[in-house]
Write a protein that binds this ligand. Structure first.
Ligand code: SF4
Ligand code: SF4
Length: 347
């Protein structure tokens, strides 16, 4: 049975206040110029309830850009200590595309060999989703990727219905918030009807721009290996790696040892890496698997639309549009897919 509750908008500040006293409370805040970022807040006044995808996805909390894995001290023998960095936190107002991104990371890091650091951190994060009532902007392809409506991956899920939020309770962690804060009321049939009306309206607003069924995408990529389109976008790409940094499902990393000046102590860290960097696919002897930028661009698209479908039966593009918004070379994911569809006559 689905459990729905109501939170009056006038009670949102009390909710933020109670939860932010117990642990960090992260929410989208405005950074000006229609840019947003997840940051720590203590008041609902600081939260941007209407926002387009934040500059960085919430993956930064699940997989920090820098993370210590090991600390060592060789002053007296070989002392090495495994480190797991985590914080209790509530992540508030996560859009459906980013919930899908977190689900992708969960799948990857739960695969063998399981990533203990990621899994411990994930279990300390309570996720409260927030429905998008409108399409963010022209770069969003969330409807095509089936991420315009909630598909799980949250503890509570809020939908803004004017004077109140209707709240789907999905886990025990979510239920604990309802019980502990005592700010929520039971939803009635008329509240549920309002939610259904909004979802009906959304079906007309959130459209598939491509005119093909997304199940055709693997076939499209089967036919696209030798496409000229990879050369065209490769010639424009600056290999800056911004598209992978902002992507909610890119998880590649490097591991390096950082020694202190005493030459006896130090740490091993994990740091984000990007398949768009020339050095990423370099191996000993100086050979590179993907020396050409066109090969690196193609690889990125196949890592979203082909390889994860083969391995996990899931697309690793959520349709958030961040890669297109951030690209200095104006390489557009939407346009690239449109060109591939046209070139291969996939219907
Ligand atoms: S953000 Fe644009 S220019 Fe930078 S690596 Fe990605 S596609 Fe290339
Ligand atoms: S590939 Fe682009 S649109 Fe797709 S999830 Fe990554 S950043 Fe978002």
């Amino acid at each position: 049975m689905q459990i729905y509750k109501i939170l009056k908008k006038s009670n949102l500040d009390s909710l933020v206040s109670i939860l932010s006293k117990k642990q960090k409370f992260m929410a989208p805040v405005s950074k000006g110029l229609n840019k947003f970022a997840f940051e720590s807040v203590t008041s609902s006044k600081d939260i941007a309830l209407k926002y387009i995808p934040t500059i960085l996805a919430p993956k930064k909390y699940f997989m920090p850009q820098y993370e210590t894995l090991i600390e060592y001290d060789t002053k007296e023998g070989q002392n090495m200590k495994a480190v797991v960095e985590y914080e209790n936190m509530v992540l508030f107002a996560v859009h459906t595309c980013d919930l899908a991104g977190i689900q992708c990371l969960n799948i990857v890091f739960s695969d063998r060999p399981k990533d203990l650091n990621y899994l411990v951190r994930k279990n300390k994060i309570t996720i409260i989703g927030l429905e998008c009532n409108e399409v963010c902007d022209e770069y969003s392809t969330c409807a095509f990727m089936d991420n315009d409506l909630p598909n799980g991956g949250y503890d509570l899920f809020f939908t803004d219905l004017g004077e109140y939020f209707i709240v789907h309770v999905n886990t025990q962690m979510g239920d604990a918030i309802i019980n502990d804060t005592k700010l929520f009321e039971d939803a009635t049939v008329s509240h549920i009807n309002e939610l259904e009306k909004l979802r009906e309206k959304k079906r007309k607003l959130f459209i598939n721009q491509f005119g093909i069924d997304r199940q055709k995408i693997p076939e499209l990529f089967d036919k696209s290996k030798e496409s000229q389109i990879w050369d065209d976008i490769g010639n424009r790409c600056l290999s800056c790696g911004n598209c992978t940094n902002v992507c909610p499902t890119c998880y590649c990393f490097d591991v390096m040892d950082v020694q202190n000046l005493d030459l006896k102590t130090g740490k091993r860290i994990r740091v984000w890496d990007s398949c768009q960097n020339e050095t990423f696919a370099k191996v000993s002897g100086g050979e590179s698997f993907r020396e050409a930028r066109s090969d690196r661009k193609r690889h990125r698209f196949y890592r979203k639309f082909k390889y994860p479908v083969n391995r996990y039966s899931r697309f690793f593009c959520t349709g958030c549009g961040r890669c297109t918004r951030t690209c200095m070379a104006k390489i557009s994911l939407l346009e690239t897919l449109e060109l591939l569809i046209k070139e291969n006559k996939v219907k």
